[in-house]
Design a protein around this ligand. Structure first.
Ligand code: NAD
Length: 307
């Protein structure tokens, strides 16, 4: 399969690297000169579960890509999706399927602005990845990927995408529950990511604070209530169980929103709490805790932007 990966950061490199290793014709696409140069000069270095792989996958700027891929996986941060897809217009062909496994809401809807609905696939992945340095990515532990076409149809192309990911070791299933899984992940991230970003604390001190845990549970509850009112069967018990697991097992972890805040970068809060607040508003539901964290993160982002 010819695969393009738009956004060759931590996750783009993990997915693109493993797909290349599995024999697919992969091109990584990014805007970072440093990242592209490092990958082309030294290969992509992927540290995974104690193994260090050097993967000779090409990395390009969008303007250098000439051939349309069968599958274009978008792995920018959500705030960069639209600009990235604009830059990719020249190589999105009439048969290119777009796949988003990004966190947050509204990603598939952005893709529909670039290809017809029947060529948009969305989902989630629980595989983790961190960018160690330019061209070097670290990933630890198992994960699960769930995908579904936006129009709900299971086509040969969807099956081909699923088996490519599965064959690359990215444990993939076609799941009618992918939309619920997206909302459950949003509930988790809207609670924990924002709490760490606003307090500056890692997961450990959040886990140790009954007040922070209470707030996290309230936010998750609000998000799931909005999903349920939309007819999406997100399960609060499942979110809380995942949250308890993360609080116990990842005490030193700095969620990406905390890292973004510390580096004075814009965060993904608009596609998490921000999107939930807008969905809730359209349904006439109040989500005060989710909204408060949204406003606090936005306040810090604005202060960082002018600092
Ligand atoms: P990242 O910041 O490591 O990578 C994003 C990449 O996109 C960067 O290399 C950046 O240069 C590139 N980019 C920015 N603008 C671009 C543009 N216009 N065109 C092309 N490339 C552009 O982010 P990440 O951690 O890989 O996360 C990507 C997405 O996956 C996010 O939505 C995140 O929430 C989600 N996600 C992350 C993890 C994780 O463990 N890191 C797990 C699951 C989901």
């Amino acid at each position: 399969m010819r695969v393009g990966v738009l956004g060759a950061g931590a996750m783009g490199c993990l997915f693109g690297g493993l797909l290349h290793r599995a024999g697919h014709d992969v091109t990584l696409v990014d805007v970072s000169v440093e990242q592209i140069r490092a990958i082309n000069e030294h290969g992509l270095i992927l540290e995974r579960d104690g193994e260090v792989l050097r993967i000779p996958v090409p990395a390009r700027f969008a303007g250098e890509v000439a051939i349309a891929p069968d599958l274009l996986i978008v792995f920018t941060k959500t705030l960069h999706s639209r600009a990235a897809l604009e830059s990719a217009r020249g190589f999105i062909g009439p048969a290119t399927t777009l796949l988003t496994l990004q966190n947050g809401l509204g990603n598939a809807e952005i893709m529909e602005c670039f290809v017809p609905r029947e060529r948009v696939v969305q989902g989630i992945t629980t595989f983790p990845a961190d960018l160690v340095s330019a061209g070097r990515v670290h990933s630890l532990g198992p994960g699960q990927t769930k995908i579904m076409a936006l129009d709900g149809r299971v086509t040969p192309r969807l099956e081909e995408v699923c088996s490519a990911l599965e064959g690359a070791g990215l444990s993939c299933e076609i799941s009618p529950g992918a939309t619920a899984a997206i909302w459950e992940k949003v509930a988790f991230n809207a609670a924990l990511n924002t709490l760490t970003a606003v307090t500056g604390l890692t997961v450990g001190p959040i886990a140790d604070s009954p007040e922070a845990r209470d707030l996290a549970r309230r936010i998750a509850g609000e998000v799931v209530r909005v999903a349920n009112r939309k007819g999406i069967e997100a399960d609060l018990a499942a979110v809380l169980e995942t949250m308890e697991g993360a609080l116990a097992a990842h005490r030193g972890h700095q969620p990406s929103m905390l890292q973004d805040m510390a580096a004075h970068r814009r965060t993904e809060v608009e596609s998490l709490n921000g999107a939930v607040v807008r969905e809730a508003g359209a349904l006439g539901i109040e989500v005060p805790f989710t909204e408060a964290l949204y406003l606090l993160v936005r306040t810090l982002e604005s202060a960082n932007a002018t600092a």
